[in-house]
Design a binder for this molecule. Sequence first.
Ligand code: S3P
Length: 175
Amino acid sequence: MSGDRAFPRIFLVGFMGSGKTSVARALAARLRADFFDTDAWIEAREARSVAEVFQSHGEAYFRARESEALEAACRSAAAVVATGGGLFLSDANRARIREHGVSVWLDTPLERIWERCRESQERPLWGTREELAELLASRSRVYREADWRMETGGRDVEAIVLELMRLVVPGSKEV
Ligand code: S3P
């Protein structure tokens, strides 16, 4: 599952705006390893933004590309994978993640997600605060199936990365 690494591939899962991409980038830099971002892979392949993919082809098309992105991540040398907020909801995607590494749910309170992303226009599933609270509550039942849960509210990226290292990377103090 981990190629020639001394630790398993790490998949970051969780709600939009929970910092998966920033944490994945920082963790990979710390590990001197590659990272993979499923949304970025789709955008490169489709030559358009995630919002444009949703708009022109619909969500089902996006979800199919998302599963392909996950396959590509599992074939790649990437040690850390940032997943889109809906990727972990699929049974098949969760099974693939279990087969290829460990999952960590970045559990971020809605208030923080709201403050961080409310001005952004780039998330097609963004809604009112009430809609997001409902979506977060229903999705959290699935995010809970991740191997690890990390509460990230009020913590900076560096603190989260250090805790992830302790959690997942054996002997991480020496890395
Ligand atoms: C989605 C989250 C987005 C992106 C797409 C769908 C979702 O990724 O994949 O807009 O269903 O929650 P982030 O979690 O990186 O925002």
